[in-house]
Design a protein around this ligand. Structure first.
Ligand code: PMV
Length: 327
């Protein structure tokens, strides 16, 4: 009844922004991501009949809202196992939490694998991906490593909304340089931002309708290891998402000045022939994806920008996995 798991965040190149069902957390369109190797969440779960309530420690602290969210997620696993036993959960990230670095993706992926291990359910990776989705849409992708595609699915029960691996990290290694332009947690959660976009942005429908084509292009670029094609479609998809967000009322402006400075610097590097592109999620941090040989140059260029507070460097890594099991 005791297991620990580890998982890494992923960065979407074709973004997930919009739900077709809130309760089951079903995406309105598919998405495509790369799983990182340098940032980790480690989560231990112990089911204990002596506990009256779930007890959740996140980065050394107890928080009622996190405990409620994680408890509701564990209920999905308890229901499958036919138990009501409460759990002690200890989870920690070795990178900033809630700062637009996809800690919810690695968090719920690690929690799904640890809960499955602790209850001895023996779920398949696909089932774990479906369940991880219930915690956070992007977590469905962190079950797998390398290049991963999330299917939107069409079924109302969500059984066809899960992620699948496209290509192992080792088959096309890329570097990812993350420029931290703001510390602290993001202003508007992805759940609230998606809802506001759907209800108020005049471009929301066009955005959702444009994603399938971007997925086709990105999939082909990955199959052909065509960096330029992946760069073009990823930047266009990211900018289209932010354009749609800007058209929400009130506008969702996730960037700060340094975010734009990073974009301009990356464009200058591209003009110098460096193979790099940018992508930005629901926050001001900039993720620069490049060929491994360009990582040091890109990191140096972004570090030199005023307003960039820190730079993290990563490669691509594997999926969520069990690291310990007892009982
Ligand atoms: O899974 P969530 O609810 O954290 O939403 C993720 C939203 C983006 O990071 C902006 C895009 C994505 O596909 O990861």
């Amino acid at each position: 009844m005791d297991a620990a798991a580890a998982a890494q965040p992923n960065i979407a190149l074709i973004k997930y922004w919009g739900k077709r069902d809130d309760a089951l957390n079903l995406p309105a369109a598919g998405s495509l991501s790369i799983t990182l190797d340098a940032l980790h969440t480690r989560t231990a779960v112990r089911f204990d009949a002596a506990l009256a309530d779930d007890d959740v420690v996140l980065n050394g602290k107890r928080d009622p809202e996190q405990t409620r969210r994680i408890g509701a997620f564990l209920d999905l696993f308890r229901a499958r196992a036919g138990v009501t036993t409460r759990a002690h959960v200890e989870t920690a990230n070795d990178f900033p939490t809630g700062a637009g670095l996809a800690s919810s993706a690695s968090g719920f992926a690690a929690l799904a694998v640890a809960a499955d291990g602790a209850l001895g359910l023996g779920l398949t990776a696909r089932e774990l991906s479906r369940l991880a989705r219930r915690g956070s849409g992007s977590a469905a992708r962190s079950i797998f490593g390398g290049y991963v595609e999330m299917a939107a699915g069409t079924r109302a029960d969500g059984t066809d909304a899960f992620a699948s691996p496209l290509l192992d990290a080792a088959e096309w290694p890329l570097g990812v340089v993350i420029a931290i332009t703001m510390r602290g947690t993001k202003a508007i959660s992805s759940r609230a931002g998606m809802r506001a976009s759907q209800l108020t942005s005049r471009y929301y429908r066009e955005w959702i309708a444009s994603v399938p084509n971007d997925l086709v292009t990105a999939r082909a670029a990955i199959a052909a290891r065509d960096f330029q094609q992946l760069a073009d479609v990823s930047e266009a998809n990211c900018l289209a998402m932010h354009a749609m967000m800007l058209a929400a009322r009130p506008a969702l402006i996730y960037w700060n000045g340094a975010t734009l400075d990073c974009i301009q610097r990356i464009r200058a590097l591209q003009a110098d022939g460096i193979e790099v592109f940018f992508t930005i999620d629901a926050g001001p941090q900039v993720k620069a994806v490049c060929l491994p040989g360009a990582t040091a140059t890109v990191a140096g260029a972004l570090r030199a920008i005023g307003g960039v507070q820190d730079v993290l460097i990563s490669g691509l890594g594997g999926g969520a996995r069990l690291v310990e099991r007892r009982g």
